[in-house]
Design a protein around this ligand. Structure first.
Ligand SMILES: *Cc1c(COP(=O)(O)O)cnc(C)c1O
Length: 227
């Protein structure tokens, strides 16, 4: 199947669901991404700042770029002008910097941010606990922010074939979303996203209420090396 066919396949699969596709283009060059763009796709995810900046320069500017990988505070400045959404916000310190840089660039639209919640049992994966997310949202610094907008939660499940384990992790993230929604965003329609599910488990994630699946190899083929 061509990249175009893959995009059309996901469009079809997600039709009549509340779920959107983030095409994860990391490691693939701009010409390859352009094939998905030409099939009508506009929402892409990258996990590294330098790679994202390089590709953004080479591609049409109506792409909504999502950063989905760990972001170091000192690199926010390179993407703050154009980034649509940072899915991997995992500390108040990072969010403060995002807000500051968005303000310095005088953005007309806030930077959309998602709180990355730790849902896997591997300690190496970034993400906050629910207590940390709670503390962030209660903080004075967060409440004063004008250039960021929290749109939901993101989680990276354990790398496993165990369907019940995956289902449990997706359910947990959904319950985190519901708790935060009730406590902090009750009347706020901007807080609506649950980003979960990748190539191997996106169907399960959609069943469990995902609003954003992040699919890389399922669209662009396997990456030549692992990252
Ligand atoms: C690479 C990556 C994906 C996509 O993985 P595939 O298995 O290729 O679909 C999704 N989410 C994150 C955070 C990633 O880094």
């Amino acid at each position: 199947m061509s990249i175009k066919d893959n995009i059309l396949y996901f469009d079809e699969q997600l039709r009549n669901t509340p779920c959107r596709l983030v095409a994860v283009s990391k490691t693939h060059p701009a010409e390859i991404i352009k094939e998905a763009y030409d099939a009508g796709h506009r929402l892409f995810g990258e996990n590294k700042v330098q790679e994202l900046v390089d590709k953004r320069d080479l591609l049409p500017h109506d792409i909504a770029w999502h950063l989905i990988g760990h972001l170091q505070t000192n690199k926010v400045k390179y993407i703050a002008q154009f980034i649509d959404t940072i899915q991997s916000v995992d500390s108040l310190k990072l969010l403060v910097e995002i807000n500051k840089r968005a303000e310095l660039f005088n953005r007309t639209l806030p930077i959309k941010c998602m709180l990355q919640i730790s849902i896997a049992d591997e300690e190496t994966k970034y993400g906050m606990t629910m207590d940390e997310a709670d503390a962030l949202l209660q903080s004075e610094e967060y409440r004063m922010m004008k250039f960021t907008q929290i749109t939901g939660v993101m989680g990276i499940a354990t790398n496993t074939d165990d369907q019940e384990k995956l289902r449990g992790e997706f359910r947990y993230l959904h319950s985190c979303f519901t708790q935060l929604k009730e406590k902090f965003f009750f009347a706020n329609n901007d807080f609506k996203e649950i980003s979960m599910g990748m190539t191997s488990d996106w169907k399960l994630a959609v069943e469990e209420g995902s609003t954003m699946i992040r699919v890389g190899s399922g669209i662009f083929g396997s990456r030549t090396y692992n990252r």
